[in-house]
Design a protein around this ligand. Structure first.
Ligand code: SF4
Length: 349
């Protein structure tokens, strides 16, 4: 059947087969299946803790308690001592209680039904579905922050995520996979942490941008909509041009000696304006604009305002721009460029 969801699913599964993050709980057994116990433990550890913090701790945990049977025999002080550094100690207590219940009532086998999983201490709707989907390849979609973000962006839902939870459940259910659920769920998660990033999503290299309504409407920096901004900063707009010549040099210039980022290096960019419609193309760029292609939007936060920049990139012959300044591409990072300009170059090249 041809539909948008199927195409997105196929792309993500394919992408994941090449780009999956290597994480210790993803270690497969000889039959190429994930170990549900590893997934079970990791889901407790990952509640409110980042993947990077959990990674090493997880390995040590598995060495100490390699299966439910061993874990069920541990004592609470042992687990709490181990948990130091992860915080939120109630998770450790709940994990131990669950292991004891599984040991007693489920013959050391992690339950494979939602109704049984949800009765375990510390397991809510998300965790139950994550264990079922990732650990047992069941056709469910656990809505974590990455998946929610991708969904609201794909559909250009310009409302705070908390206000559209039910809608997201419906939209998410269209992506369920009977065959490849585990890979699909993890692909969404990895895609959200590598490509569809919370800030500055990498839309120009995104393989599903043709299905993305936010990208189409240039709303990807505005979605997901924040619930409440403590300080609403004004937004300024510009376009920046990263131009490379045949000697692998980048076109640069020196900023005015007064004002913001005085005397620092920059790539050419249009005068920063408060109203996007008032943008006018920089003089130096006008004659080469046709050589440049948009690489998408980038947002940078200064203390008093946010700057939204559309980045353009392309190459020209050095001779085309006489009297211009260039620096070696390899040297821009250690040059007098401010961070905002370095980031713009980094995204473009
Ligand atoms: S186009 Fe951009 S916003 Fe849309 S899914 Fe891809 S990375 Fe995310």
């Amino acid at each position: 059947m041809f539909n948008k969801e199927n195409q997105v699913k196929n792309f993500l599964i394919e992408w994941y087969s090449v780009n999956a993050r290597i994480l210790p709980w993803r270690k497969k057994n000889k039959d190429k299946y994930l170990n549900p116990y590893f997934v079970f433990v990791s889901e407790y550890m990952l509640q409110q803790t980042t993947v990077n913090t959990v990674k090493n701790k997880f390995k040590d945990f598995i060495i100490k308690w390699p299966n439910i049977d061993k874990l069920a025999k541990a004592t609470e002080p042992q687990i709490l001592k181990f948990w130091a550094g992860l915080g939120y100690y109630s998770r450790a207590r709940n994990l131990l209680k669950s292991a004891k219940i599984i040991n007693k009532n489920f013959k050391n086998k992690i339950p494979q039904s939602y109704d049984e999983l949800i009765t375990l201490p510390g397991v809510g709707d998300y965790t139950a579905k994550a264990i079922l989907g990732i650990g047992f390849n069941k056709p469910v979609i656990p809505l974590d922050a990455n998946i929610e973000r991708i969904l609201v962006r794909l559909h250009a839902i310009n409302k705070p995520i908390n206000k559209v939870k039910n809608k997201l459940k419906d939209l998410g259910s269209k992506f369920k996979s009977n065959k490849y659920s585990s890979s699909l769920i993890q692909s969404f998660m990895d895609y959200g942490s590598e490509i569809c990033l919370p800030r500055n999503p990498r839309c120009d290299i995104c393989g599903i941008n043709k299905f993305c309504q936010s990208y189409k409407k240039k709303l990807q920096l505005k979605i997901p909509k924040k619930l409440k901004k403590k300080i609403i900063k004004p937004v300024k707009y510009t376009r920046a041009y990263v131009v490379i010549n045949e000697k692998n040099e980048i076109l640069v210039r020196v900023r005015p000696s007064k004002g913001m980022l005085a005397s620092m290096l920059e790539v050419p960019n249009d005068v920063w304006v408060k109203n996007k419609k008032l943008l006018t193309t920089d003089k130096e760029i006008q004659k080469i604009k046709k050589n440049l292609k948009s690489k998408g939007l980038f947002e940078y936060s200064f203390s008093h305002f946010d700057l939204e920049t559309e980045i353009f990139y392309g190459s020209v012959k050095k001779a085309k721009l006489t009297n211009s300044n260039w620096i070696k591409k390899s040297a821009y990072f250690n040059s007098r460029m401010p961070t905002v300009m370095k980031k713009i170059v980094e995204i473009a090249v």
